[in-house]
Design a binder for this molecule. Structure first.
Ligand code: FES
Ligand SMILES: [Fe+2]
Length: 434
């Protein structure tokens, strides 16, 4: 990792933000420079809250899941005491990965190298050849280590490597309102459905973040998908009522919210679900009206939301609810992990509709995602023309927000720049207390 001064030289001026001229540009080295990638790890990924996983993934005591977050190998486990803990996945002996399965259930974790054994609370409980260690050598300090901070919001677990970071609630701030609009859709709890979409994209991770909250690309990029949806639907896209649109939520969080162009398992019927689904969906819809009143219920049922939880968690509430975690692997490569979230009290038919939507539209082999992957890889290839230094993100700059402007992208980039820019690191926290 470069020292600060060296880092600052490579950082330079990367964002050109000039509202008076209606201009916003991003220097393409943000997505191509190895140096910046290292600085980014230090200044962004070590100073934010990063998504680790969902409560339901470790429902039973001893359940564990392995994951890489911010470049760190981790696993999280529900201890025999019922508490969920996150550990760095490295043996305190000489470093081997302690957890070598993606998920499972265990009472202990035994390192395969020299067979040190840890319990579900991370304590070192077994060391072959104990007599070979001095009696004064304590085992407490050899327990598995955890990230500086671990916290959760409504079943979503996050970790931070920064011991001084603001509490998670404050960090999330206004974006909680949009997370709630999703999670309030059931009175039961939510579960991550078994099976994970895992795919790699040969592009910088920020391109995926941009893409998710970019409504401008939808019509041209997803023409095939939209035409297909048109043939399945009754032909009427929902007209959103009320003040929806792209929102800059502060702290880099952003959301795109608009009338649904397709059916939603909760709770907008469309012809693609078949006549037999009509009654059930109408009941779900009526219940939302009862619980939240017509205005909020309309928003929950007939509108879609694409939520960016800065910097790299994407919560898509569209034709299904999808969590997407974007992990930077190299400056020009990311790994995407996607899960479908579903209410635990969903009917079998409802669950099937949800899975169909998730797989056929949003999955890596679905009708929409491959278009996006192609676009992101294409941008990354285009960046090799280094003489063209800037990307334009000006759409809607200095104007009233409209649904296909690039406000959410600028929200992301401003906070990114806020954290990356040379000199003292300002912390912009505009959390709305609730
Ligand atoms: S590295 Fe794990 S026991 Fe030696
Ligand atoms: Fe897209």
């Amino acid at each position: 990792v470069p020292h600060s001064q060296e880092a600052d030289r490579s950082v330079g001026q990367l964002i050109d933000d000039d509202p008076a001229r209606g201009l916003f540009r991003v220097h393409r080295s943000t997505c191509t420079s190895e140096d910046l990638f290292r600085v980014e790890r230090e200044r962004i990924f070590e100073r934010v809250w990063l998504y680790v996983g969902h409560d339901s993934e470790v429902a039973q005591r001893g359940d564990f899941v392995r994951r890489t977050v911010g470049g760190r190998p981790l696993f999280f486990v529900r201890g025999t005491d019922g508490r969920v803990r996150v550990f760095f996945n490295t043996c305190t002996h000489r470093g081997a990965l302690v957890c070598r399965q993606d998920q499972g259930n265990a009472n202990t974790f035994q390192c395969f190298y020299h067979a040190w054994t840890f319990d579900t609370q991370g304590e070192l409980v077994g060391r072959p050849g104990r007599e070979g260690y001095s009696a004064t050598c304590d085992t407490e300090s050899l327990a598995l280590r955890s990230p500086a901070r671990v916290d959760r919001y409504r079943g979503l677990y996050f970790m931070s490597l920064d011991p001084d970071i603001v509490p998670l609630n404050e960090y999330l701030g206004p974006v909680r309102e949009w997370i709630d609009l999703v999670l309030d859709q059931t009175e039961a709890s939510w579960e991550v459905l078994p099976g994970t979409n895992l795919y790699s994209i040969k592009a910088n991770w920020k391109l995926m973040v941009e893409n998710t909250v970019d409504n401008y690309h939808v019509a041209p990029t997803h023409a095939t998908f939209l035409n297909y949806v048109q043939t399945l639907n009754d032909g009427t896209a929902t007209r959103a009522k009320g003040a929806l649109g792209p929102f800059d939520l502060g702290n880099g969080h952003a959301v795109l919210e608009l009338g649904a162009p397709y059916g939603r398992p909760i709770a907008r019927w469309s012809a693609m679900f078949g006549e037999e689904a009509k009654g059930e969906i109408a009941d779900l819809r009526a219940r939302l009206d009862e619980r939240f009143g017509p205005e909020r219920a309309h928003r929950m049922a007939e509108c879609i939301r694409l939520i960016l939880v800065y910097p790299n968690l994407l919560l898509n509430d569209i034709s299904a609810v999808t969590l997407r975690y974007v992990e930077p692997v190299a400056v020009d490569r990311m790994d995407v992990t996607a899960w479908a979230l579903a209410p635990t009290d969903e009917s079998a038919a409802g669950r099937q509709r949800r899975i169909d939507s998730f797989v056929s539209f949003l999955g890596p082999g679905g009708l929409a995602t491959p278009d996006d992957i192609e676009a992101l890889e294409s941008c990354q290839m285009g960046f090799a023309a280094r003489e063209v230094e800037w990307s334009d993100v000006s759409r809607g700059a200095g104007m009233e927000p409209f649904i296909s402007d690039e406000t959410p992208l600028r929200a992301f980039w401003r906070q990114w720049w806020n954290q990356m820019s040379p000199g003292p690191q300002p912390t912009v926290i505009r959390a709305i207390p609730r």
